[in-house]
Design a protein around this ligand. Structure first.
Ligand code: ATP
Ligand code: MG
Length: 293
């Protein structure tokens, strides 16, 4: 039997029975607190996460893995920055996964993300992740040519195998103390268009603009299909996906922070207690230190 808790409830939780349908999910939150309340609630959630992270670290049994996937300009970077802004940097590690290097291509597709999994007591954040292997690679299967696969089954079988490998690995990790939360920041195509225009028009944002991102927009429906298939196959009670509405950035950040906070709240975390046999020694040392003063 596995040791996981049920995922925290949210209207954006992808069903864990394989029935996820992206079309059911809004890209704009309707239930977030109003603007004035939102700022305060987000700050509270960020502080709560920081506090629970201290306990996670001291307890040193669980680790927390936060996976972020999204279309370009959905706000992955700024969400990660905000949600983790209160956390002790020593207890948290953000890994960004770009196009694989030749060393990475010399390994199986789960290798590079496995190397970056959080240690016990730590929070690991994946900015993109192993899911790219069933997202961008599924949309552009030509990428497989560089992967030196020993055999090439038909593509439908390949995606099914990859999704099974991902689900199996996540189950294994969850059974061994990694708490996994996966966020799909669900931005609409129209909102992405506005953000790209903004990046081109505002000089200090232009460095963020990538001509290739506009080309990828052309594959929107293929990406949405790949996301839907991936989330359907891998949203599990021990590794849930949340499809967070991303058209309103402040609301999105709050929704993510609140899910992280509530998930940490449900963990049986505790500061380690002093063993009975050590207590006497500690009392003696305390007396000694006080008498030196
Ligand atoms: P930002 O644009 O905010 O800096 P980003 O995550 O979009 O962040 P980029 O360097 O722009 O970073 O893009 C990374 C690219 O690498 C994306 O297009 C992504 O799809 C691609 N990528 C990530 N993993 C893989 C993979 N396993 N195989 C092929 N391409 C990948
Ligand atoms: Mg990019």
């Amino acid at each position: 039997m596995s040791q996981h808790n049920d995922p925290v409830a949210s209207p954006y939780l992808a069903p864990t029975d394989g029935s996820f349908t992206l079309a059911d999910m809004p890209t704009r939150a309707t239930d977030a607190p109003s603007n004035s309340a939102l700022k305060k609630q987000l700050e509270d959630a960020v502080q709560d996460i920081a506090e629970r992270q201290r306990m996670l670290y001291a307890h040193n049994r669980f680790s927390l893995l936060l996976v972020f996937q999204a279309m370009d300009a959905a706000g992955k970077d700024s969400t990660i920055r905000k949600v983790l802004s209160g956390v002790n940097p020593a207890g948290c590690h953000v890994s960004s996964f770009k196009r694989p290097s030749s060393t990475e291509l010399d390994h199986d597709f789960l290798w590079r993300t496995t190397c970056k999994l959080p240690e016990r007591g730590r929070i690991g954040v994946f900015n993109r992740s192993h899911y790219e292997e069933v997202l961008v690679v599924r949309v552009h299967p030509g990428i497989l040519d560089a992967q030196q696969l020993p055999h090439t089954p038909d593509l439908d079988t390949l995606w099914a195998h990859r999704l099974r490998s991902i689900a199996d690995q996540e189950r294994h990790l969850a059974d061994n103390g990694t708490v996994i939360l996966k966020f799909f920041l669900n931005v609409s195509r129209e909102e992405q268009r506005k953000r790209f225009i903004d990046r081109l028009e505002v000089a200090r944002k232009r460095w963020k603009f990538e001509p290739n991102d506009v080309r990828e927009r052309g594959y929107w429906s293929q990406y949405m299909h790949a996301y839907e298939q991936a989330i359907r196959a891998t949203s599990k009670p021990w590794a849930p996906w949340y499809a967070i509405p991303a058209d309103d950035k402040p609301a999105m950040r709050f929704l993510v922070a609140d899910i992280v906070r509530r998930t940490m709240d449900a963990l049986p975390l505790a500061y380690p207690s002093v063993a009975d046999e050590d207590r006497e020694l500690y009392d003696t040392l305390l007396k000694q230190l006080k008498s030196e003063g």
